[in-house]
Write a protein of this length. Structure first.
Length: 218
């Protein structure tokens, strides 16, 4: 199967499986999405969705957030991990949003990435899911799938993002990256992977990945 046929197969399979795809992180607006994505670093969406209601009950906007101390924020978000860094980032970015953007989250990559604790992936998620701007955020699932599907070399998420944007139509990016996340979780996980259920990797997968899987199962 050539590259174009592989891409077409991936797109159609994901669309068949996930015609309507939910956003994994619960949120109400760009600000709560930004905070949720920041909290998700090295944590799970399930854990974040358990903690954000507790945080947002106290502060679901930057004005209320800065009324809390970093220590108070840290105690609430401790279960998601990296709480000292994340609490400092949440407090710091909330203060900047008030001072520079009238309390609003800017719909701008450069402005978002200048905020404390906000990197390119977080900015891409917010731009895509909150503002509908074409972006292709690469998380661990997408990074893994792009390698398994022989679409990227797996050396860095930067390269994976470049390859994804080059290979997939721009008008599909926002939906497709979410479809890939759900597919990675359900059919092609890092652990407990059952290739028999992973129809996309079976069909378009890298030969070395398939061979290594069979070797481990032997």
């Amino acid at each position: 199967m050539n590259k174009k046929a592989s891409i077409d197969f991936i797109i159609q399979t994901l669309e068949d499986l996930y015609p309507q795809v939910p956003i994994p992180l619960d949120h109400q607006d760009p600000y709560t999405l930004l905070i949720a994505v920041l909290l998700s670093a090295q944590s799970t969406d399930v854990r974040v969705n358990q903690i954000t209601p507790l945080l947002f009950a106290k502060a679901d906007n930057p004005y209320d957030m800065v009324k809390l101390s970093e220590t108070e924020i840290r105690e609430i978000i401790k279960p998601v991990g990296l709480s000292p860094m994340k609490s400092k980032g949440i407090y710091g970015l909330s203060k900047i949003l008030i001072e520079k953007y009238d309390g609003k989250v800017p719909a701008d990559f450069e402005a978002l990435e200048s905020l404390p604790a906000v990197g390119h992936k977080t900015a891409s998620v917010v731009m895509s899911q909150a503002f509908g701007v074409a972006a292709f955020p690469v998380d661990t699932h997408i990074h893994r799938l792009m390698y398994r599907w022989n679409l990227s070399n797996g050396k860095s998420v930067v390269q994976t993002e470049k390859d994804a944007k080059r290979l997939f139509p721009k008008e599909l990016w926002n939906k497709l990256h979410l479809q890939m996340i759900w597919y990675g979780r359900e059919y092609s996980p890092a652990r407990g992977w059952n290739l028999e259920k992973d129809i996309i990797t079976q069909t378009v997968g890298r030969k070395s990945v398939l061979a290594n899987y069979q070797k481990k199962r032997a």
